[in-house]
Design a protein around this ligand. Structure first.
Ligand SMILES: [Zn+2]
Ligand SMILES: [Zn+2]
Length: 338
């Protein structure tokens, strides 16, 4: 089969033929119909994030089941599915609580084991979710990034009277924006470094205000739109350490801050505003089975629309072009169709 292979450390990858995955008990084989390029894939391709080599990355996927292991009874060949990337050990205390995303022995499809930048991928039956008949494979491949923030949003439960600020305009930020809009809040402000198709999309998706921090003061603008009360809930969706110091500046006392970006670098951070204004900071990482199922339903009911974010659909072999578009910020979400 054709696959994108990260052969070793350092930057780069190759598109080459690779052996089809073999089945093991409890697993199914999926013909990949759509797979998204995720922000997490970029450091893997750049060699910034080490993975077990050789690896086929790709974890935001949907497709058709083409084979099932003998002991798998609840799925059949021909079923249209998406799979969560998280595979827990099934035995530790977090797995037993249904929090497999926090399993100390977590394995992730496309990060620790071969993923979906290929014609075929295998996944455990326990990680599968059925796509509604009307849901496209592209929407199915978009459940993963929706679930990645919906988990934290669900826990911090935005209220109708609350003012929300989102830092970032990447796919994670824009999916968070849609989920929060669906929940219904008083105002929603998005803060980006500079303008472009991403900030335009944020406005189109219902942001009340987009602040370009390069030439505007986020704190002043948030004060303006919230009539001085400042934000009740702040979502960090950039993963950029420089943003950390800005977060408390837009908060009201006792505000909640959700760290949803994946940070690859350390940053100095002043804890004084957290203490003095009793701010609450929480992280959120991946999702469990339920977060994924609920995110599928958000898409199925039209509350979250991946179509608004998917700017490019390319064949698998054009992955290099997709990565270039993402680096140039000319794309929001790139979907490959192997
Ligand atoms: Zn992802
Ligand atoms: Zn576990």
């Amino acid at each position: 089969m054709l696959a994108v292979v990260k052969a070793g450390p350092g930057p780069g990858f190759v598109v080459q033929s690779a052996p089809e995955p073999t089945l093991q008990p409890g697993w199914v084989l999926i013909r990949v119909r759509a797979v998204g390029i995720c922000g997490t894939d970029l450091p893997i391709f750049e060699g910034v994030r080490a993975v077990p080599y050789p690896l086929i990355p790709g974890h935001e996927f949907a497709g058709d089941i083409v084979a099932v292991a003998e002991d798998v009874t609840e799925w059949q060949v021909g079923d249209r599915v998406a799979a969560g990337l998280v595979i827990g050990c099934g035995r530790c205390i977090m797995c037993r609580q249904g929090q497999e995303n926090l399993c100390p022995d977590i394995r992730e499809i496309g990060i620790h084991i071969n993923g979906a930048f290929a014609e075929y991928v295998r996944a455990p039956a326990s990680s599968l979710h059925r796509l509604p008949e009307t849901m496209s494979y592209i929407d199915g491949a978009s459940i993963d990034p929706v679930a990645s923030t919906y988990r934290g949003i669900r826990r911090l439960a935005p209220q109708p009277h609350e003012h929300v600020v989102i830092f970032g305009v990447g796919p994670i930020a824009l999916y968070a924006l849609q989920s929060i809009r669906a929940a219904g809040v008083a105002t929603l402000t998005v803060i980006a470094r500079h303008g472009g198709i991403r900030t335009q999309t944020a406005l189109a998706l219902g942001a009340d205000c987009v602040v370009e921090s390069e030439h505007d003061d986020p704190a002043a603008r948030v004060a303006e739109i919230t009539h001085g009360t400042m934000a009740d809930l702040v979502i960090e969706a950039t993963g950029n350490p420089d943003v950390l110091s800005l977060l408390p500046m837009v908060c009201r006392p006792q505000a909640r801050i959700l760290l949803a970006g994946i940070f690859h670098h350390h940053a100095p951070f002043n804890p004084a505003p957290i203490v003095r204004r009793e701010l609450r900071i929480e992280g959120t990482f991946c999702y469990n089975w339920m977060d994924f199922a609920l995110s599928r339903d958000l898409i199925a009911t039209g509350r979250v629309s991946p179509q608004c974010l998917v700017t490019h659909v390319l064949p698998l072999a054009a992955i290099g072009e997709g990565l270039t578009l993402l680096h140039q910020r000319a794309a929001i979400k790139v979907i490959l169709t192997p």
